[in-house]
Design a protein around this ligand. Sequence first.
Ligand code: NDP
Ligand code: MG
Length: 367
Amino acid sequence: MKRKRVVVLGATGSIGQSARKVARDIPDRMEIVGLSAHSNAEGLREAQAEFPKAKAVLSSGPDGEERLIELAQMPEADIVLIAIVGTGGLRPALAAIEAGKDIAVASKEILVLAGEAVMTAAARKGVNVLPVDSEHNAIFQCLDGRAADSVRRLILTCSGGPFRQTPASELDSVTPERALKHPTWSMGRKISIDSATLFNKGLEMIEARWLFGVPMDKVDVIVHPQSIVHSMVEFNDSSVLAQLSHSDMCFPIQYAVTWPERVANSLRPLDFAQLAKLDFEAPRREVFPALDLAHRAGSEGGTLPAVLNAANEVAVDAFLNRRLAFPAIWQTVEQAMNEVPFVAHPSLDELLEADRLARAAAAAAIG
Ligand code: NDP
Ligand code: MG
């Protein structure tokens, strides 16, 4: 197999750093040819020192998006890894598809905002959308090319986050510091808060709906505190396939890049005797309303997922800045979903407008 040439958008983040680690681990199979950061110039210099031949750009400032698009379309690249937090990676992702590149998507927000547009564009161009989010990468591995009509249920596993067992009455007093402490994964700030509210799992339900072309009713969630089973597929014949590994994003990043091949690496294998047991339990849906809000948004479709995603981004930011109590993140999102006018079959511009209106509605609700 030839070496895959990869552009990493968001190279200074948690996923970006794991991608760099994978490239250093399997240099014969993965070469980084492009790197971006937003404003962390020092971090970008560090990344460039690791891959001196790669083109590097900073995306903050006036023509930032143009620079990302240029990088996403560079002729030397086979795959563009979208590891930008939030929806800033949408246009670069669409540009990469237009240029005939496969995209590896970590940035679940772009699939929640515009999953249909991304998947339709990719199908039209005949390029692959490779899931990097660990759950979706697991499902991608379990499906192994099988069609959606052989699937009864996609079962997303969920660590439960830092408040899995916290009484609902204590959630009011949760601080950003406590919410940022994830029990099993080390990640960027935004996704860490999303994991604490379970909006991360909610976004992933909608992400799964688009990546695998199944209705929301076939997307299920089970809490699995050890984060060893990364997700499962139940097929029509009631057989279930699962993918297991330690919780390290290098696994799904490598598989997305080297797919369909499996390449030897230096990652730590599982020791089942030491693991001893794997637990599963139902999520507390009444305590964590993010799951039901996401189910509603994904089922009703249209602009609703975009509104959920945008309002959540604003609410998370306010929570991190101590302007919003933890449970008010859910309330802010629900309020925006009820307030922003619904469009059933939105164009990309209408989705972006819904995103803008939701941010305004959330900001007004927060005050
Ligand atoms: P981080 O916050 O750690 O990193 C974000 C990266 O995006 C940085 O390189 C940052 O640059 C860049 N960036 C930030 N804002 C912008 C912008 N407006 N335009 C362009 N670039 C920007 O995030 P994570 O790595 O944790 O997450 C990235 C994405 O991957 C998210 O969508 C997340 O949901 C998803 N994901 C993450 C997982 C994880 O384990 N971390 C697991 C599964 C999915 P700078 O450093 O200059 O600010
Ligand atoms: Mg995930």
